[in-house]
Design a protein around this ligand. Sequence first.
Ligand code: ADP
Ligand code: MG
Ligand code: ZN
Length: 529
Amino acid sequence: MFGGDVAGEIEKLYAAVPQIRNIFYVMGKIGEGTFSSVYLAVARLKSGEDRKFALKHLIPTSHPTRVAAELQCLTLAGGEENVMGVTYCFRKNDHVVIVMPYLEHDCFVDILHSLSFQEVKEYIYNLFNALKRIHHFGIVHRDVKPSNFLYSRRLKQYALVDFGLAQGTPDTQIELLKILQTKKQGSCSKSNLHTISGNIPVPRDVVLPSSTKQSVKRHWSHSQIKPGNNGKEGLLGGSTQRSVFGERNFNVHSTVIHEVNAEKNIKQFKITDATSRKLAARKPVSAKNTSGGVARKAASTCPASLTCECYARDQVCSICLARTRQVAPRAGTPGFRAPEVLTKCPNQSTAIDMWSAGIIFLSLLSGRYHFFNAGDDMNALAQIMTIRGSRETAQAAKQFGKTVLCSKDLPAKDLRTLCEGLRQVCIAPTSGTESDVQKQRAALQMKMIENQDGWFLEEACATPPANTSESFSYMSSADRMDSGQSTMNGWDKVPDEAYHLLDRLLDMNPATRLTAAEALSHPLFKYDL
Ligand code: ADP
Ligand code: MG
Ligand code: ZN
Protein backbone atom coordinates (compact mmCIF):
# COMPACT_ATOMS: atom_id res chain seq x y z
CA MET A 1 0.00 0.00 0.00
CA PHE A 2 2.83 2.36 0.80
CA GLY A 3 5.45 3.37 -1.66
CA GLY A 4 9.02 2.46 -1.10
CA ASP A 5 9.76 5.89 0.34
CA VAL A 6 7.42 5.50 3.31
CA ALA A 7 8.79 2.04 4.05
CA GLY A 8 12.26 3.54 3.83
CA GLU A 9 11.30 6.36 6.16
CA ILE A 10 9.98 3.88 8.70
CA GLU A 11 13.26 1.98 8.52
CA LYS A 12 15.11 5.25 9.12
CA LEU A 13 12.90 5.92 12.14
CA TYR A 14 13.74 2.49 13.57
CA ALA A 15 17.41 3.14 12.90
CA ALA A 16 17.35 6.57 14.54
CA VAL A 17 15.53 5.39 17.66
CA PRO A 18 16.02 1.61 17.89
CA GLN A 19 14.01 1.28 21.13
CA ILE A 20 10.86 1.87 19.09
CA ARG A 21 11.21 -1.51 17.42
CA ASN A 22 10.99 -3.26 20.78
CA ILE A 23 7.56 -1.91 21.51
CA PHE A 24 5.88 -0.71 18.36
CA TYR A 25 5.14 -1.89 14.92
CA VAL A 26 5.08 1.22 12.77
CA MET A 27 2.34 0.78 10.21
CA GLY A 28 2.49 3.90 8.13
CA LYS A 29 2.72 7.63 7.97
CA ILE A 30 -0.23 9.81 8.92
CA GLY A 31 1.17 13.28 8.74
CA GLU A 32 4.08 15.33 7.66
CA GLY A 33 4.71 18.92 8.53
CA THR A 34 7.70 21.22 8.40
CA PHE A 35 8.85 20.17 11.82
CA SER A 36 7.77 16.57 12.14
CA SER A 37 6.60 13.33 10.64
CA VAL A 38 3.78 11.48 12.37
CA TYR A 39 3.38 7.71 12.12
CA LEU A 40 0.68 5.28 13.08
CA ALA A 41 2.05 2.48 15.23
CA VAL A 42 0.62 -0.46 17.12
CA ALA A 43 1.70 -1.91 20.44
CA ARG A 44 0.50 -5.08 22.05
CA LEU A 45 -0.72 -4.54 25.57
CA LYS A 46 -0.33 -7.03 28.42
CA SER A 47 -3.95 -7.94 28.01
CA GLY A 48 -3.17 -9.11 24.50
CA GLU A 49 -5.04 -6.21 23.01
CA ASP A 50 -3.37 -4.26 20.21
CA ARG A 51 -3.54 -0.53 20.67
CA LYS A 52 -2.85 2.21 18.17
CA PHE A 53 -0.50 5.10 18.89
CA ALA A 54 0.64 8.17 17.02
CA LEU A 55 4.42 8.59 16.93
CA LYS A 56 5.55 12.13 16.26
CA HIS A 57 9.15 12.21 15.12
CA LEU A 58 10.43 15.75 15.45
CA ILE A 59 13.03 16.99 13.02
CA PRO A 60 16.45 16.58 14.63
CA THR A 61 17.22 20.27 14.25
CA SER A 62 14.40 21.29 16.59
CA HIS A 63 15.63 23.31 19.51
CA PRO A 64 15.81 21.26 22.72
CA THR A 65 13.85 23.79 24.76
CA ARG A 66 11.22 23.99 22.04
CA VAL A 67 10.83 20.23 22.03
CA ALA A 68 10.68 20.06 25.81
CA ALA A 69 8.10 22.85 25.90
CA GLU A 70 5.88 21.00 23.43
CA LEU A 71 6.08 17.93 25.66
CA GLN A 72 5.38 19.91 28.79
CA CYS A 73 2.22 21.36 27.24
CA LEU A 74 1.00 17.85 26.40
CA THR A 75 1.96 16.50 29.81
CA LEU A 76 0.45 19.24 31.94
CA ALA A 77 -2.55 20.39 29.94
CA GLY A 78 -3.17 17.29 27.82
CA GLY A 79 -5.22 14.17 28.32
CA GLU A 80 -8.37 16.04 29.29
CA GLU A 81 -11.01 18.32 27.83
CA ASN A 82 -10.20 17.55 24.20
CA VAL A 83 -6.49 18.25 24.54
CA MET A 84 -4.23 15.46 23.29
CA GLY A 85 -2.23 13.72 25.97
CA VAL A 86 1.14 12.01 25.83
CA THR A 87 2.00 8.39 26.60
CA TYR A 88 5.75 8.38 26.38
CA CYS A 89 8.71 10.05 24.80
CA PHE A 90 11.80 8.50 23.23
CA ARG A 91 15.04 10.30 22.78
CA LYS A 92 18.22 9.17 21.19
CA ASN A 93 20.82 11.81 20.37
CA ASP A 94 19.01 14.50 18.38
CA HIS A 95 15.99 12.35 17.71
CA VAL A 96 12.86 12.79 19.75
CA VAL A 97 9.71 10.74 19.23
CA ILE A 98 6.56 11.69 21.13
CA VAL A 99 4.15 8.81 21.65
CA MET A 100 0.47 9.78 21.89
CA PRO A 101 -2.78 7.86 21.94
CA TYR A 102 -3.99 7.58 18.36
CA LEU A 103 -7.23 9.30 17.48
CA GLU A 104 -8.70 8.32 14.13
CA HIS A 105 -9.91 11.50 12.51
CA ASP A 106 -11.70 12.82 9.49
CA CYS A 107 -10.14 15.08 6.94
CA PHE A 108 -11.80 18.49 7.34
CA VAL A 109 -12.40 19.15 3.64
CA ASP A 110 -13.82 15.67 3.11
CA ILE A 111 -16.64 16.19 5.60
CA LEU A 112 -17.11 19.96 5.43
CA HIS A 113 -20.08 19.81 3.09
CA SER A 114 -21.92 16.95 4.72
CA LEU A 115 -21.82 18.14 8.33
CA SER A 116 -25.15 19.07 9.83
CA PHE A 117 -25.51 22.38 11.61
CA GLN A 118 -25.83 20.46 14.88
CA GLU A 119 -22.48 18.74 14.21
CA VAL A 120 -20.89 22.09 13.45
CA LYS A 121 -22.19 23.42 16.73
CA GLU A 122 -20.75 20.44 18.59
CA TYR A 123 -17.43 20.76 16.79
CA ILE A 124 -16.93 24.39 17.67
CA TYR A 125 -18.13 23.87 21.25
CA ASN A 126 -15.56 21.12 21.72
CA LEU A 127 -12.87 23.33 20.25
CA PHE A 128 -13.72 26.03 22.80
CA ASN A 129 -13.44 23.40 25.52
CA ALA A 130 -9.90 22.55 24.45
CA LEU A 131 -8.96 26.22 24.16
CA LYS A 132 -10.39 27.04 27.57
CA ARG A 133 -8.24 24.27 29.02
CA ILE A 134 -4.94 25.38 27.45
CA HIS A 135 -5.61 29.08 28.01
CA HIS A 136 -6.22 28.28 31.68
CA PHE A 137 -2.66 26.93 31.74
CA GLY A 138 -1.38 30.09 30.11
CA ILE A 139 -0.68 28.41 26.78
CA VAL A 140 -1.24 30.30 23.54
CA HIS A 141 -1.41 27.58 20.88
CA ARG A 142 -0.68 29.92 17.93
CA ASP A 143 -1.56 27.39 15.25
CA VAL A 144 -5.23 26.58 15.72
CA LYS A 145 -6.53 25.15 12.44
CA PRO A 146 -8.44 22.02 11.39
CA SER A 147 -5.36 19.80 10.96
CA ASN A 148 -4.39 20.56 14.55
CA PHE A 149 -7.84 19.83 15.93
CA LEU A 150 -8.50 16.16 15.32
CA TYR A 151 -12.13 15.24 14.89
CA SER A 152 -13.66 11.82 14.66
CA ARG A 153 -17.18 12.28 13.42
CA ARG A 154 -17.97 8.62 14.05
CA LEU A 155 -16.73 8.57 17.64
CA LYS A 156 -17.66 12.17 18.38
CA GLN A 157 -14.17 12.68 19.72
CA TYR A 158 -11.96 15.70 19.48
CA ALA A 159 -8.34 16.47 20.28
CA LEU A 160 -6.27 19.60 20.03
CA VAL A 161 -2.74 18.62 18.97
CA ASP A 162 0.56 20.23 17.99
CA PHE A 163 2.10 22.53 20.58
CA GLY A 164 5.12 23.01 18.37
CA LEU A 165 4.51 26.76 18.07
CA ALA A 166 2.96 27.37 21.49
CA GLN A 167 3.92 30.34 23.60
CA GLY A 168 3.27 31.25 27.18
CA THR A 169 1.22 34.08 28.59
CA PRO A 170 3.12 36.24 31.12
CA ASP A 171 1.68 34.12 33.93
CA THR A 172 1.93 30.75 32.20
CA GLN A 173 2.05 27.57 34.28
CA ILE A 174 4.30 25.94 31.69
CA GLU A 175 7.81 26.61 32.97
CA LEU A 176 9.50 25.84 29.67
CA LEU A 177 7.32 28.33 27.83
CA LYS A 178 8.56 30.93 30.30
CA ILE A 179 12.12 29.99 29.42
CA LEU A 180 11.39 30.30 25.72
CA GLN A 181 9.90 33.73 26.39
CA THR A 182 12.95 34.91 28.32
CA LYS A 183 15.30 33.73 25.61
CA LYS A 184 13.27 35.58 23.01
CA GLN A 185 13.45 38.81 24.91
CA GLY A 186 17.17 38.39 25.42
CA SER A 187 17.81 38.06 21.75
CA CYS A 188 15.41 38.30 18.91
CA SER A 189 17.45 36.37 16.42
CA LYS A 190 16.49 32.84 15.62
CA SER A 191 20.04 31.72 15.03
CA ASN A 192 20.95 32.70 18.55
CA LEU A 193 18.22 30.50 19.91
CA HIS A 194 19.73 27.57 18.14
CA THR A 195 23.11 27.94 19.79
CA ILE A 196 21.76 27.62 23.31
CA SER A 197 22.97 24.34 24.65
CA GLY A 198 21.14 22.23 27.13
CA ASN A 199 19.73 18.85 27.89
CA ILE A 200 16.29 17.91 26.89
CA PRO A 201 14.39 17.63 30.13
CA VAL A 202 12.66 14.61 28.68
CA PRO A 203 12.62 11.33 30.54
CA ARG A 204 15.43 9.37 28.94
CA ASP A 205 15.17 5.99 30.49
CA VAL A 206 11.74 6.30 31.92
CA VAL A 207 10.06 2.96 32.14
CA LEU A 208 7.10 2.54 29.88
CA PRO A 209 3.76 2.01 31.51
CA SER A 210 3.65 -1.73 32.07
CA SER A 211 0.71 -2.13 29.79
CA THR A 212 2.69 -1.06 26.75
CA LYS A 213 5.91 -2.81 27.70
CA GLN A 214 5.10 -6.06 26.02
CA SER A 215 7.12 -6.89 23.01
CA VAL A 216 5.18 -6.79 19.83
CA LYS A 217 4.96 -9.64 17.40
CA ARG A 218 5.76 -8.33 13.99
CA HIS A 219 3.11 -9.90 11.88
CA TRP A 220 0.94 -6.98 10.89
CA SER A 221 0.38 -6.47 7.28
CA HIS A 222 0.76 -3.09 5.70
CA SER A 223 -2.47 -3.59 3.85
CA GLN A 224 -4.47 -2.99 7.03
CA ILE A 225 -3.88 0.70 7.04
CA LYS A 226 -5.38 3.48 5.16
CA PRO A 227 -3.08 6.17 3.88
CA GLY A 228 -3.04 9.23 6.08
CA ASN A 229 -4.89 12.36 5.21
CA ASN A 230 -1.66 14.20 4.97
CA GLY A 231 -1.53 16.67 2.12
CA LYS A 232 -5.24 17.24 1.88
CA GLU A 233 -4.93 20.13 4.20
CA GLY A 234 -2.34 21.88 2.13
CA LEU A 235 -3.21 24.71 -0.17
CA LEU A 236 -2.62 22.61 -3.23
CA GLY A 237 -4.73 19.67 -2.15
CA GLY A 238 -7.68 18.01 -3.77
CA SER A 239 -10.34 19.53 -5.95
CA THR A 240 -12.81 19.75 -3.09
CA GLN A 241 -10.99 22.74 -1.69
CA ARG A 242 -12.53 26.01 -2.65
CA SER A 243 -11.35 28.99 -0.80
CA VAL A 244 -13.09 32.28 -1.12
CA PHE A 245 -9.91 34.06 -1.96
CA GLY A 246 -6.67 33.26 -3.60
CA GLU A 247 -5.02 32.67 -6.91
CA ARG A 248 -6.71 29.35 -7.37
CA ASN A 249 -10.06 31.04 -7.74
CA PHE A 250 -9.03 32.98 -10.77
CA ASN A 251 -9.64 31.73 -14.21
CA VAL A 252 -8.25 33.00 -17.46
CA HIS A 253 -11.14 35.41 -17.98
CA SER A 254 -10.58 37.18 -14.72
CA THR A 255 -6.95 37.82 -15.53
CA VAL A 256 -7.85 39.47 -18.79
CA ILE A 257 -10.62 41.54 -17.30
CA HIS A 258 -8.64 42.74 -14.37
CA GLU A 259 -5.92 44.07 -16.61
CA VAL A 260 -8.51 46.18 -18.39
CA ASN A 261 -10.18 47.34 -15.20
CA ALA A 262 -7.10 47.62 -13.08
CA GLU A 263 -7.20 51.40 -12.74
CA LYS A 264 -10.84 51.46 -11.76
CA ASN A 265 -10.79 48.78 -9.12
CA ILE A 266 -7.62 49.56 -7.30
CA LYS A 267 -7.69 49.96 -3.60
CA GLN A 268 -4.67 50.66 -1.57
CA PHE A 269 -3.85 50.25 2.05
CA LYS A 270 -0.85 50.46 4.29
CA ILE A 271 0.06 49.52 7.80
CA THR A 272 2.33 51.48 10.05
CA ASP A 273 3.38 51.25 13.59
CA ALA A 274 2.73 54.35 15.66
CA THR A 275 5.75 53.95 17.92
CA SER A 276 8.31 53.22 15.24
CA ARG A 277 7.12 56.21 13.26
CA LYS A 278 7.78 58.53 16.17
CA LEU A 279 11.23 57.07 16.71
CA ALA A 280 12.10 57.30 13.07
CA ALA A 281 11.03 60.88 12.83
CA ARG A 282 13.43 61.82 15.58
CA LYS A 283 16.58 60.39 14.07
CA PRO A 284 16.51 60.43 10.31
CA VAL A 285 19.54 59.02 8.53
CA SER A 286 20.68 59.55 5.02
CA ALA A 287 20.61 56.50 2.84
CA LYS A 288 21.10 55.53 -0.71
CA ASN A 289 17.98 55.11 -2.70
CA THR A 290 17.46 51.61 -3.78
CA SER A 291 15.26 50.29 -6.49
CA GLY A 292 13.81 46.98 -7.48
CA GLY A 293 11.76 44.43 -5.63
CA VAL A 294 13.31 44.92 -2.23
CA ALA A 295 12.76 48.64 -2.31
CA ARG A 296 9.19 48.20 -3.40
CA LYS A 297 8.49 45.85 -0.55
CA ALA A 298 10.00 48.23 1.95
CA ALA A 299 8.07 51.14 0.51
CA SER A 300 4.87 49.30 1.04
CA THR A 301 5.32 49.43 4.79
CA CYS A 302 5.81 53.18 4.91
CA PRO A 303 3.28 55.40 6.53
CA ALA A 304 1.41 58.00 4.55
CA SER A 305 2.04 60.50 7.28
CA LEU A 306 3.73 63.82 6.60
CA THR A 307 6.93 62.56 8.17
CA CYS A 308 7.50 60.16 5.29
CA GLU A 309 8.32 60.99 1.67
CA CYS A 310 8.09 57.65 -0.04
CA TYR A 311 4.43 56.81 0.11
CA ALA A 312 3.37 55.41 -3.25
CA ARG A 313 6.85 55.87 -4.70
CA ASP A 314 9.32 53.38 -6.01
CA GLN A 315 11.86 54.43 -3.41
CA VAL A 316 12.43 54.05 0.26
CA CYS A 317 12.87 57.38 1.96
CA SER A 318 15.50 57.93 4.60
CA ILE A 319 12.88 58.07 7.32
CA CYS A 320 11.66 54.63 6.45
CA LEU A 321 15.15 53.22 6.21
CA ALA A 322 15.85 54.44 9.72
CA ARG A 323 12.94 52.51 11.10
CA THR A 324 13.68 49.52 13.21
CA ARG A 325 11.66 46.59 12.07
CA GLN A 326 9.25 45.51 14.72
CA VAL A 327 9.85 42.02 15.92
CA ALA A 328 6.73 40.22 17.01
CA PRO A 329 5.72 36.60 17.02
CA ARG A 330 3.98 35.63 13.84
CA ALA A 331 3.91 31.88 13.84
CA GLY A 332 0.99 30.06 12.35
CA THR A 333 -0.75 29.85 9.01
CA PRO A 334 -1.57 33.15 7.20
CA GLY A 335 -5.28 32.43 6.71
CA PHE A 336 -5.75 31.80 10.43
CA ARG A 337 -3.66 34.68 11.77
CA ALA A 338 -5.41 37.33 13.82
CA PRO A 339 -5.18 40.99 12.74
CA GLU A 340 -2.86 41.78 15.65
CA VAL A 341 -0.52 39.00 14.48
CA LEU A 342 -0.65 40.17 10.86
CA THR A 343 0.20 43.72 11.88
CA LYS A 344 3.00 42.50 14.16
CA CYS A 345 1.53 43.74 17.39
CA PRO A 346 4.06 42.83 20.08
CA ASN A 347 1.54 42.08 22.82
CA GLN A 348 -0.31 39.00 21.71
CA SER A 349 -2.52 36.94 23.93
CA THR A 350 -4.75 33.88 23.99
CA ALA A 351 -7.17 35.97 21.92
CA ILE A 352 -5.23 35.02 18.80
CA ASP A 353 -6.41 31.41 19.20
CA MET A 354 -10.00 32.63 19.47
CA TRP A 355 -9.62 34.45 16.14
CA SER A 356 -8.37 31.22 14.54
CA ALA A 357 -11.33 29.35 16.04
CA GLY A 358 -13.53 32.05 14.44
CA ILE A 359 -11.93 31.38 11.05
CA ILE A 360 -12.68 27.65 11.44
CA PHE A 361 -16.27 28.52 12.37
CA LEU A 362 -16.47 30.77 9.30
CA SER A 363 -15.35 27.83 7.14
CA LEU A 364 -17.92 25.56 8.75
CA LEU A 365 -20.75 28.05 8.27
CA SER A 366 -19.83 29.02 4.72
CA GLY A 367 -18.65 25.60 3.54
CA ARG A 368 -15.44 27.15 2.23
CA TYR A 369 -11.97 25.94 3.07
CA HIS A 370 -9.52 27.54 3.17
CA PHE A 371 -11.64 30.60 3.66
CA PHE A 372 -8.70 32.97 3.54
CA ASN A 373 -6.01 31.70 1.27
CA ALA A 374 -3.36 34.38 1.37
CA GLY A 375 0.26 33.45 1.09
CA ASP A 376 1.48 36.39 3.12
CA ASP A 377 0.39 38.74 5.86
CA MET A 378 -0.44 41.74 3.66
CA ASN A 379 -2.82 39.73 1.54
CA ALA A 380 -4.24 38.06 4.58
CA LEU A 381 -5.09 41.44 6.11
CA ALA A 382 -6.56 42.64 2.83
CA GLN A 383 -8.82 39.61 2.70
CA ILE A 384 -9.96 40.18 6.28
CA MET A 385 -10.76 43.80 5.40
CA THR A 386 -13.05 42.76 2.57
CA ILE A 387 -15.16 40.85 5.09
CA ARG A 388 -14.87 42.95 8.24
CA GLY A 389 -14.61 46.35 6.56
CA SER A 390 -11.69 48.69 6.05
CA ARG A 391 -12.86 51.34 8.51
CA GLU A 392 -13.51 48.71 11.17
CA THR A 393 -10.03 47.28 10.58
CA ALA A 394 -8.38 50.67 10.86
CA GLN A 395 -10.33 51.46 14.01
CA ALA A 396 -9.36 48.20 15.71
CA ALA A 397 -5.74 48.50 14.63
CA LYS A 398 -5.65 51.90 16.31
CA GLN A 399 -6.55 50.17 19.57
CA PHE A 400 -3.39 48.11 19.41
CA GLY A 401 -1.15 50.88 18.18
CA LYS A 402 -1.18 50.35 14.42
CA THR A 403 -2.28 52.58 11.62
CA VAL A 404 -3.98 50.90 8.70
CA LEU A 405 -4.78 53.03 5.71
CA CYS A 406 -7.01 51.96 2.90
CA SER A 407 -7.53 54.23 -0.10
CA LYS A 408 -11.03 52.97 -0.75
CA ASP A 409 -13.78 52.24 1.70
CA LEU A 410 -14.59 48.56 1.94
CA PRO A 411 -17.86 48.02 3.78
CA ALA A 412 -18.17 45.22 6.32
CA LYS A 413 -20.19 42.28 5.06
CA ASP A 414 -23.19 40.85 6.81
CA LEU A 415 -22.02 37.46 8.04
CA ARG A 416 -25.28 35.59 7.46
CA THR A 417 -25.63 36.89 3.92
CA LEU A 418 -22.01 36.03 3.26
CA CYS A 419 -22.15 32.49 4.62
CA GLU A 420 -25.51 31.63 3.14
CA GLY A 421 -24.45 33.04 -0.20
CA LEU A 422 -21.33 30.91 -0.24
CA ARG A 423 -23.19 27.86 0.95
CA GLN A 424 -25.97 28.66 -1.51
CA VAL A 425 -28.70 28.22 1.02
CA CYS A 426 -31.91 29.89 -0.04
CA ILE A 427 -34.56 29.84 2.61
CA ALA A 428 -37.25 32.05 1.21
CA PRO A 429 -37.70 32.52 -2.54
CA THR A 430 -37.12 36.23 -2.03
CA SER A 431 -33.79 35.84 -0.29
CA GLY A 432 -31.72 35.67 -3.43
CA THR A 433 -31.74 34.54 -7.00
CA GLU A 434 -29.04 32.51 -8.62
CA SER A 435 -27.56 35.61 -10.19
CA ASP A 436 -27.50 37.43 -6.83
CA VAL A 437 -25.47 34.62 -5.40
CA GLN A 438 -23.15 34.68 -8.38
CA LYS A 439 -22.73 38.41 -8.14
CA GLN A 440 -21.89 38.10 -4.49
CA ARG A 441 -19.36 35.41 -5.18
CA ALA A 442 -17.71 37.42 -7.91
CA ALA A 443 -17.50 40.38 -5.57
CA LEU A 444 -15.71 38.25 -3.06
CA GLN A 445 -12.94 37.33 -5.39
CA MET A 446 -10.30 39.87 -4.76
CA LYS A 447 -6.68 39.84 -5.46
CA MET A 448 -3.69 41.61 -4.10
CA ILE A 449 -1.15 42.80 -6.56
CA GLU A 450 2.12 44.51 -5.97
CA ASN A 451 3.43 47.13 -8.31
CA GLN A 452 5.81 50.02 -7.97
CA ASP A 453 3.29 51.99 -5.94
CA GLY A 454 2.93 49.39 -3.25
CA TRP A 455 0.25 46.90 -2.48
CA PHE A 456 -3.15 47.06 -4.08
CA LEU A 457 -6.29 45.27 -3.32
CA GLU A 458 -8.11 44.60 -6.49
CA GLU A 459 -11.51 43.28 -7.25
CA ALA A 460 -11.29 40.63 -9.90
CA CYS A 461 -14.30 40.44 -12.14
CA ALA A 462 -14.16 36.70 -12.04
CA THR A 463 -16.75 34.56 -13.66
CA PRO A 464 -18.25 32.37 -10.99
CA PRO A 465 -17.23 28.74 -11.35
CA ALA A 466 -19.46 26.78 -13.67
CA ASN A 467 -22.16 24.84 -11.92
CA THR A 468 -20.85 21.55 -13.23
CA SER A 469 -17.57 21.73 -11.39
CA GLU A 470 -19.19 22.45 -8.09
CA SER A 471 -22.41 20.55 -8.38
CA PHE A 472 -21.22 17.79 -6.08
CA SER A 473 -21.19 20.14 -3.16
CA TYR A 474 -23.69 22.82 -4.01
CA MET A 475 -27.29 22.10 -4.50
CA SER A 476 -28.72 23.23 -7.79
CA SER A 477 -31.73 25.54 -7.60
CA ALA A 478 -33.98 22.62 -8.51
CA ASP A 479 -32.58 20.61 -5.63
CA ARG A 480 -33.13 23.50 -3.32
CA MET A 481 -36.79 23.75 -4.27
CA ASP A 482 -37.30 20.03 -3.74
CA SER A 483 -35.21 19.47 -0.69
CA GLY A 484 -37.05 18.77 2.49
CA GLN A 485 -35.88 19.20 6.05
CA SER A 486 -33.71 16.09 6.03
CA THR A 487 -31.39 17.18 3.24
CA MET A 488 -30.99 20.66 4.65
CA ASN A 489 -29.26 19.25 7.75
CA GLY A 490 -30.40 22.22 9.76
CA TRP A 491 -28.78 24.74 7.41
CA ASP A 492 -32.11 26.35 6.65
CA LYS A 493 -32.56 27.19 10.31
CA VAL A 494 -29.25 28.61 11.42
CA PRO A 495 -30.13 30.87 14.36
CA ASP A 496 -28.93 34.46 14.62
CA GLU A 497 -26.90 33.39 17.64
CA ALA A 498 -24.52 31.50 15.36
CA TYR A 499 -23.66 34.62 13.39
CA HIS A 500 -23.51 36.67 16.57
CA LEU A 501 -20.97 34.22 17.97
CA LEU A 502 -19.00 34.34 14.72
CA ASP A 503 -19.02 38.13 14.83
CA ARG A 504 -17.72 38.12 18.41
CA LEU A 505 -14.91 35.68 17.55
CA LEU A 506 -13.90 37.68 14.51
CA ASP A 507 -13.71 40.84 16.62
CA MET A 508 -10.84 42.80 15.14
CA ASN A 509 -9.92 44.05 18.58
CA PRO A 510 -8.32 41.33 20.72
CA ALA A 511 -9.25 43.16 23.92
CA THR A 512 -12.97 42.76 23.30
CA ARG A 513 -12.89 39.43 21.41
CA LEU A 514 -14.67 36.57 23.19
CA THR A 515 -12.58 34.34 25.44
CA ALA A 516 -12.97 30.56 25.30
CA ALA A 517 -14.87 30.56 28.59
CA GLU A 518 -17.21 33.28 27.32
CA ALA A 519 -17.74 31.46 24.04
CA LEU A 520 -18.78 28.30 25.91
CA SER A 521 -21.57 30.18 27.63
CA HIS A 522 -22.73 31.91 24.45
CA PRO A 523 -26.53 31.74 23.90
CA LEU A 524 -25.93 29.49 20.84
CA PHE A 525 -25.15 26.65 23.23
CA LYS A 526 -27.93 27.40 25.68
CA TYR A 527 -30.17 24.58 24.50
CA ASP A 528 -29.64 21.08 23.13
CA LEU A 529 -25.92 20.65 23.69
P1 ADP B 1 3.15 19.13 12.84
O1 ADP B 1 3.79 19.95 13.90
O2 ADP B 1 4.14 18.55 11.89
O3 ADP B 1 2.02 19.84 12.16
P2 ADP B 1 1.12 17.63 14.29
O4 ADP B 1 1.31 17.36 15.72
O5 ADP B 1 0.16 18.69 13.92
O6 ADP B 1 2.53 17.86 13.60
O7 ADP B 1 0.67 16.29 13.57
C1 ADP B 1 0.53 16.24 12.15
C2 ADP B 1 -0.65 15.36 11.77
O8 ADP B 1 -0.47 14.05 12.32
C3 ADP B 1 -1.97 15.84 12.34
O9 ADP B 1 -2.58 16.79 11.50
C4 ADP B 1 -2.76 14.55 12.40
O10 ADP B 1 -3.30 14.23 11.12
C5 ADP B 1 -1.70 13.52 12.74
N1 ADP B 1 -1.67 13.31 14.21
C6 ADP B 1 -0.94 13.98 15.12
N2 ADP B 1 -1.16 13.53 16.36
C7 ADP B 1 -2.07 12.54 16.23
C8 ADP B 1 -2.72 11.66 17.16
N3 ADP B 1 -2.46 11.71 18.47
N4 ADP B 1 -3.61 10.77 16.68
C9 ADP B 1 -3.86 10.71 15.36
N5 ADP B 1 -3.28 11.48 14.45
C10 ADP B 1 -2.39 12.39 14.86
MG1 MG C 1 0.19 20.48 12.88
ZN1 ZN D 1 8.98 56.42 3.66
